[in-house]
Design a protein around this ligand. Structure first.
Ligand SMILES: [Zn+2]
Length: 69
């Protein structure tokens, strides 16, 4: 699930929140929806040396039963 960093423009709080679809994030401090994206939090890279390819369809590492080439 995507975890994004946000900066609340109402109270200045920086927080991270899981975002589903296009729902606006809610500041945990003041409850405001007035926020802007702060830092992108890309998924951590796979461990170095991991020989398993990543399934392009679902992002699962290794052989994906549903999307195996
Ligand atoms: Zn706030």
């Amino acid at each position: 699930m995507p975890l994004f960093g946000y900066h609340c423009t109402a109270c200045g709080e920086d927080y991270e929140m899981l975002v589903f679809g296009s729902e606006p994030p809610t500041c945990p401090k003041c409850g405001s929806h007035a926020s802007e994206r702060a830092l992108s939090r890309p998924a951590p890279p796979p461990q170095l040396g991991d020989p398993a390819p990543m399934c392009q369809a679902c992002g699962q590492f290794g052989t994906c039963p549903g999307h195996a080439a």
